[in-house]
Unconditional design. Structure first.
Length: 301
């Protein structure tokens, strides 16, 4: 799949129609008094957005989705919200980019488009966007950007942007040195895109679309001290040196923030069991999922 995992993106009617079908299914499945969340790609893979026309297509399709979710809510009483999931090297990858998109695009031209569709006041359209469109906050993706998870959550909340869902997940981390590069090479595989972020002592950041290219070029950048790799590892994984996990970013402060009720849905999002190297594969998938639940529930206490 690699970058094609983001296709069809939010420029296309295929993504719109697929999402509306999901909403119909979810509306039928939801118990009474329970809201529903759908996570989705953060608009598009960043290189695919070539100009204002692409952004306009994204906004029009998202506005149409909000209009549909508002109608579902009115017809069935089921409140469903869509969560754009910021992700490395996508159109929305950082908290700052995502907040800017909501404030300067969705709450402006997006609200204007939704008001046109529903023939309502723009202020009412903005309120519907805030109810039915938010952020799916993936802790692996935020950690890859070297963001403080608690600060990121609070930034969204301060802007009145809904946290549709929180996905608990962890990325690979390591120092940037030959020993680490050799260890990371075992995670090269042909299915998923494993974006790499590097940070130098100066604070400068570096980015690669996929792990093989990063491993090829890293010797040219001796100033990079730390690497983070978009490869979801089990939350409970106790990796052997020199490898580490960003599960350490899931601090007591983070779980305190999570318990405060900022999001109604929390999801464990490790999906890489089929491509984990044998030396760190936890074995039986059912047992692994059980261990992740136990790890999360222990933190939530």
């Amino acid at each position: 799949m690699k970058e094609n995992v983001y296709a069809p993106d939010w420029r296309t009617p295929e993504r719109l129609h697929y999402t509306l079908h999901l909403a119909d299914l979810l509306a039928a499945w939801l118990p009474e008094q329970v809201d529903g969340s759908i996570s989705t790609v953060p608009c598009s893979f960043k290189p695919w957005i070539q100009g204002p026309a692409d952004v306009r297509a994204v906004v029009e399709n998202l506005a149409s989705t909000v209009a549909y979710l508002a109608a579902v809510h009115e017809d069935t009483g089921r409140e469903i919200h869509l969560g754009l999931e910021p992700e490395p090297d996508c159109y929305l990858e950082t908290t700052a980019e995502t907040i800017s998109f909501f404030k300067n695009v969705l709450f402006t031209s997006g609200a204007t488009e939704l008001a046109r569709l529903l023939k309502c006041y723009r202020s009412d359209a903005e309120a519907l966007i805030r109810r039915h469109l938010g952020v799916c906050f993936d802790t692996c993706h935020a950690a890859l950007q070297y963001e403080d998870l608690v600060e990121s959550l609070r930034a969204y909340q301060a802007e009145g942007i809904r946290i549709s869902k929180i996905q608990l997940s962890a990325a690979l981390a390591a120092k940037s040195d030959p020993e680490s590069w050799k260890a990371l090479s075992k995670f090269v595989e042909p299915v998923y895109l494993h974006q790499v972020k590097g940070r130098a002592q100066s604070g400068a950041t570096f980015s690669w679309f996929d792990l093989p290219k990063a491993l090829e070029e890293l010797p040219k950048y001796p100033d990079i001290e730390e690497l983070r790799v978009h490869f979801h590892v089990p939350l409970f994984a106790n990796l052997a040196a020199p490898l580490e996990s960003t599960a350490s970013a899931l601090t007591p402060d983070f779980f305190h923030e999570l318990r405060s009720g900022g999001a109604s849905h929390v999801e464990i999002e490790t999906y890489t069991f089929d491509v984990l190297p044998p030396e760190i594969h936890p074995g039986d998938v059912v047992e692994s999922i059980s261990r992740e639940y136990a790890w999360v529930l222990a933190q939530l206490k």
